[in-house]
Ligand binder design. Structure first.
Ligand code: FAD
Length: 275
């Protein structure tokens, strides 16, 4: 992005926004041809990157065995894998939760603001840092459901299912969202150009705007999150999360399962209820 120096200091030129809306929208709606390019980026996915971790099944065993064996080395824990597996399963089954707290995973998540709004309701065992709309200009990246996202809710509150929706509904969602985002981001740019502070101008931006955050958790707090924010055939207590936060949860779970396979297996084997 270009900058110029004035008597007020360094001023950023208006962003050269990628003219990709037309292409993105067509792609999200399952088409290949591109018509009118417009100046926004539309996304139908979320991204989750495990940026830092100190988390293994051995951490759980290490913490649990202090109860009976006192202090010991991590190497000793590898001596009897079957017993270790059994202990982890017992801890999850009988909800002895604290041994699952001696580990840490930090994720970098990019998702729409409405996902973060739900995410940050998870208070216990989570730390968050989100990009600032006060200190930086927000990029024009917005959410439009892709072709896999079911659009229509049928049934009464508490007992409903989502169905695909018609091609006309999909078209309406894509074009209406794109049009609305375009208007909102143009208004944001207009206010910034008038010299209005970023923290004031951002009031015009919708919850479909992408944001990014670091979220740090441990296996216990992640299991609680996954129990509530994913739908799974093994869940003893079914939950009905919004699909977009579930997409984030699924990606986090994938990373966590690689780090702590025994704990992950025990979580599934015991109905996906956090200990
Ligand atoms: C499908 C779904 C629909 C939802 N719909 C809505 C909605 O319509 N409106 C809405 O406002 N929220 C809604 N929520 C959010 C929900 O109410 C919880 O805020 C969110 O799931 C976080 O759960 P939690 O409080 O258990 O998690 P955390 O905040 O991480 O807490 C973990 C656990 O710690 C304990 N705990 C934490 N704080 C306290 C406390 N103050 N007092 C006592 N115990 C505590 C509880 O045992 C809690 O389960 C929804 C959540 C889901 C999954």
């Amino acid at each position: 992005m270009s900058e110029k120096i004035t008597d007020k200091g360094t001023v950023r030129a208006p962003p050269q926004v990628p003219r990709t809306v037309g292409a993105n929208l067509q792609k999200l709606m399952g088409r290949t041809s591109v018509t009118t390019p417009e100046p926004l980026t539309l996304r139908g996915d979320v991204t989750v990157e495990l940026v830092k971790s100190s988390a293994s099944d051995a951490d759980v065993l290490f913490a649990a065995r202090v109860s009976t064996l006192g202090e010991q080395s991590l190497d000793e824990l590898k001596k009897d894998p079957e017993r270790s597996k059994g202990l982890i399963n017992y801890l999850v089954r009988d909800r002895h939760g604290s041994p699952f707290e001696h580990n840490s995973m930090t994720f970098l998540i990019s998702a729409p603001i409405f996902v973060f709004r739900e995410f940050m309701r998870h208070r216990v065992g989570w730390s968050y840092n989100e990009e600032s709309g006060r200190y930086r200009e927000l990029s024009p990246v917005f959410y439009v459901p892709d072709a896999s996202r079911k659009l229509v809710q049928e049934g009464r509150p508490g007992k409903y299912v989502f169905v695909e929706g018609t091609p006309a509904q999909r078209e309406a969602v894509g074009s209406t969202l794109a049009e609305s985002y375009e208007q909102a981001y143009t208004a944001y740019q207009k206010l910034l150009a008038e010299g209005v502070a970023r923290e004031v101008a951002r009031a015009v931006l919708p919850v479909g705007l992408f944001s990014s955050m670091y979220a740090t958790c441990n296996a216990r707090s992640l299991m609680h999150f996954l129990g509530l924010r994913t739908q799974h055939e093994l869940a003893r207590v079914p939950s009905f999360p919004q699909r977009e936060i579930e997409m984030v949860g699924e990606k986090m779970e994938e990373e966590w399962a690689k780090l702590m396979p025994l704990t992950h297996a025990a979580f599934n084997a015991n109905g996906r209820v956090a200990p």
